[in-house]
Design a protein around this ligand. Structure first.
Ligand code: GBH
Length: 494
């Protein structure tokens, strides 16, 4: 039918969200302003400047706390209809659930949300993107304790109560799998807990702690969904999901061992989080390999997970890896892989052949086909759950010889984003139910361990003057959105 042809020509539905993504610690700055408490990243960067490439921190970041009106003008230039940002937990609840609400923090997010809506931009809000009040770490070891589930539930309830009348899209936790990997296995992020041979930390146990942390995060997520679904959703009519980091894995050979290793990699990377929140249990591969090191869900916890499933999955995708088995056969190169990786060795190159196009960053290769395969994999494994692409983008490393002109002339980023949007359209034609796409990121910002040396923005930021300048990719994204929101789908009404 002609209807079919129309859809094929433009598979982006009329309510599709095009946006950019950000997070509180990476953007806001104002780290002690208006009653904000110290968070884990404030303390970590201040005490361990050596763990950040340029020794810097997010004290000022890109000062979005004071510049959000200007940043909304940049969003208007792009023509996006949504903006993903996160709540700074310690700005809203500086001392957690027993310490009272900081009303100046509430006021900041109210102002931001209102200004977005006035400009036709839907707020897409993450409750916690890596940061939380440091007091939780000092008092009960944060995510190692089930106490964190109660704290997170309280944060969620507070945000639904104050902001939920205007926010239709909530993300509970950003990338539990990355927080676990970097906080409890490599030790590169706070709380820097790990054990040999995975990393060099002064405390921690990488054989057990990652699984306890994941367990608490999964149950904290479910608690937030429960609170939203039972107490707020009927009236506020929004939706709630989670955001996981996904990496597409391809076996390095056709051998059964490498194919099995690839399945283990998938399980230990994203199914670890997604299976419990969709099916109420950990993946088979994890149960088999970990045995008693894997915590069990009690029957009442299973009930909660099954009764309070996410309304959507947030998918952060950047890159793909080849996978080589290290369990059944001996690894031909590299160190022994960690338990968390399920005894696999991840490689980005096969001999001299790289997966996709290499970029400035060793962990990120441009391989849009992997994105399409990833989305197909997820639609098959979690068939009834809609997805949003909550992050996708490319960073440029700031080297001594890099000029501002180079950074503004970002053809590699355009190639990356346009390739991934093509792959997304293909995946949607394959049947993936994707409802939105967010580029990471609106602006260059504080890129965790890389400090300010890795720039992901569609807008360049001069980190001395904090001046924002559109890169070529900004005008490319603007054109893309214009075409696909206005003329691509004839049924779309603005
Ligand atoms: C996302 O994580 C984050 O959600 C976002 O905050 C971040 O800005 C964005 O990625 C860009 O990195 O130093 O070689 O060990 C994506 C997962 C985790 C991928 C950290 C890169 C560092 C690799 N990222 N990882 S390395």
């Amino acid at each position: 039918s002609s209807d079919h042809i129309l859809k094929d020509a433009s598979p982006f539905p009329s309510d599709f969200l095009f946006g950019t993504a950000s997070s509180a610690y990476q953007y806001e700055g104002a780290y002690l302003t208006d009653g904000k408490g110290l968070d884990n990243w404030d303390v970590f960067t201040h005490e361990n400047p050596g763990k950040i490439a340029d020794g810097n921190n997010g004290d000022v970041a890109v000062d979005q706390y004071h510049r959000f009106l200007e940043d909304i003008q940049s969003m208007k230039y792009l023509g996006v209809n949504s903006y993903r940002f996160s709540i700074s937990w310690s700005r809203v609840l500086p001392k957690g659930r027993f310490g009272g609400v900081n009303h100046m923090g509430i006021k900041y997010y109210n102002n931001l949300i209102d200004a977005l809506i006035t400009n036709g931009i839907k707020p897409f809000v993450t409750l916690s993107h890596f940061d939380f009040p440091q007091i939780f770490e000092n008092q009960f070891k944060s995510w190692l304790s089930p106490e964190m589930q109660n704290e997170f539930g309280y944060l969620a309830d507070t945000c639904f109560k104050y902001f939920g009348d205007r926010v239709q899209h909530w993300i509970t936790i950003n990338e539990p799998n990355i927080q676990i990997g970097f906080g409890y296995i490599s030790g590169m992020y706070p709380p820097s807990r790990c054990s040999m041979p995975y990393g060099h930390c002064t405390q921690g146990n990488s054989e057990t702690e990652p699984f306890i942390v994941a367990h608490n995060m999964i149950l904290a997520h479910a608690k937030a969904v429960q609170i939203y679904h039972t107490k707020y959703q009927k009236e506020q009519k929004g939706t709630i999901g989670i955001a996981v980091q996904t990496t597409w894995f391809e076996p390095i050979s056709d051998s059964i061992a490498d194919k099995k290793a690839t399945e283990r990699a998938q399980s230990f990377n994203f199914n670890w989080i997604l299976d419990p929140i969709v099916y109420g249990k950990y993946p088979e591969e994890m149960v088999n390999i970990l045995g008693s090191a894997l915590p069990q869900f009690s029957s009442s916890e299973v009930k909660t997970l099954m009764n309070y499933k996410p309304d959507f999955l947030g998918i952060n995708y950047y890159s793909s890896y080849f996978i080589q088995d290290c369990l059944i056969t001996a690894c031909t190169s590299g160190a022994g892989a960690s338990k968390v990786e399920g005894y696999v060795l991840k490689l980005i190159q096969k001999g001299n052949v790289s997966i996709g196009e290499p970029t400035d960053i060793n962990w990120l290769h441009n391989y849009p086909e992997g994105f399409r395969k990833m989305l197909n994999y997820l639609k098959d494994r979690y068939p009834n759950v809609p997805m949003f692409i909550t992050e996708n983008g490319l960073g440029d490393l700031q080297k001594p010889e890099t000029t501002v002109k180079d950074l503004l002339h970002d053809t590699k980023r355009i190639r990356y984003v346009s390739g991934h949007l093509d792959a997304l359209r293909s995946a949607m034609r394959d049947g993936a139910n994707v409802k939105g796409y967010f580029v990471w990121s609106l602006l260059d910002n504080f890129e965790w361990s890389y400090g300010y040396t890795l720039r992901f923005g569609l807008f360049h930021v001069d980190f001395t003057t904090l001046k924002r300048t559109p890169k070529q990719s900004a005008s490319w994204y603007k054109n893309f959105i214009e075409q696909h929101l206005n003329t691509g789908d004839l049924t779309f009404k603005r």
